[in-house]
Design a protein around this ligand. Structure first.
Ligand code: SF4
Length: 170
């Protein structure tokens, strides 16, 4: 299990700059993360390149993120897709306690801002009603990965990540 710590966000937009061209993988204009660090510790994750020592050992929780996101979305085009994909799964185990991702999705629902989530955490199932609400107003996309159907290989490649039932992929 990771060590969790509260994070104070730097005084800058949580969405960062709008991309001049949309992201070729996620078709998004903005990218953001919710937690920082990832307890699932997949050995192939590019997160290791940025925080090699503490990437999976320490997960930071920015409690003010939903409020800050709200301020950022005031000046974002409602047609722009925001992808929540950056170097941390938005459904860390601690989401059960803090519901930070849920609060972020509530902000997206309030603004009708299209969003995309890349997830392995099963907590996303609890937020389906909220994702449906966003989708009714604009667009909500949930993506997951399927590296292999070989259980032995899966254990080696992402053994700490939740097992996603095949029903998710089909
Ligand atoms: S779940 Fe995603 S963010 Fe987390 S370690 Fe695996 S690939 Fe990286």
């Amino acid at each position: 299990m990771a060590y969790y710590t509260r994070e104070t966000l730097p005084d800058q937009p949580v969405l960062g700059a709008r991309r001049p061209t949309i992201n070729e993988y996620f078709l998004s204009s903005y990218t953001m993360s919710i937690y920082s660090g990832c307890e699932f510790a997949c050995p192939y994750c590019d997160g290791w390149a940025y925080n090699p020592r503490s990437f999976s050992d320490v997960v930071r929780i920015p409690l003010e993120l939903p409020k800050r996101l709200k301020a950022d979305l005031m000046s974002v085009d409602r047609g722009d897709l925001v992808s929540i994909t950056a170097l941390s799964d938005p459904y860390q185990p601690v989401e059960q306690n803090y519901r930070l991702t849920r609060h972020v999705l509530q902000v997206f629902a309030e603004f009708g801002q299209p969003c995309l989530l890349l997830v392995k955490g099963l907590g996303v199932l609890d937020d389906i009603p909220l994702l449906q609400k966003i989708h009714e107003r604009s667009l909500a996309v949930v993506m997951t990965t399927l590296l292999t159907v070989d259980r032995h290989m899966a254990e080696r490649l992402e053994g700490k990540a939740p097992h996603r039932p095949c029903a998710w992929i089909c």
